[in-house]
Design a protein around this ligand. Structure first.
Ligand code: FE2
Ligand code: FE2
Length: 137
């Protein structure tokens, strides 16, 4: 499947989830995707790296769309709960979406890893550094 086709599937799925939960995070996500595209023009990551980082940009905050009590994770006020919770729910939702979209296991595992650690410190993880750079909006 081409990157263009994958992106079409990803955008449809996250749009549906966000517009039925916390719509402002759809706008945030699309800005992060657009930042990521600029970053990827500058970096030479090859096809696999480009797919992983583009997909991670679409999915990094999808955990905010998960139900939480009578509301959604994206509306939790306490940051010390909201941040770790959306990383955990983001892993579950990403695993499901990536399997529905037919991603191979290795690529899916790399994306899911980035979703789970995207509020961590990059240290030697070059991909995480680039995702955090794109997420600064
Ligand atoms: Fe996040
Ligand atoms: Fe974000």
């Amino acid at each position: 499947m081409s990157l263009e086709e994958l992106e079409k599937g990803l955008e449809e799925k996250i749009k549906d989830l966000f517009l039925n939960s916390v719509p402002r995070y759809y706008d945030h996500t699309m800005s992060v995707v657009s930042n990521m595209k600029k970053i990827l023009e500058r970096e030479n990551l090859g096809e696999e790296g480009t797919v992983v980082l583009t997909t991670a940009a679409y999915l990094h905050d999808i955990g905010y769309a998960a139900p939480y009590g009578n509301d959604f994770v994206g509306n939790i006020e306490d940051q010390s709960v909201k941040i770790p919770t959306h990383c955990e729910t983001g892993v579950e939702i990403s695993e499901r979406l990536l399997s529905e979209l037919g991603f191979d296991e290795k690529t899916a595992a790399r994306v899911v890893h980035l979703v789970s650690v995207h509020h961590g410190t990059p240290e030697s993880d070059e991909n995480l550094k680039l995702l955090l750079e794109a997420d600064k909006v």
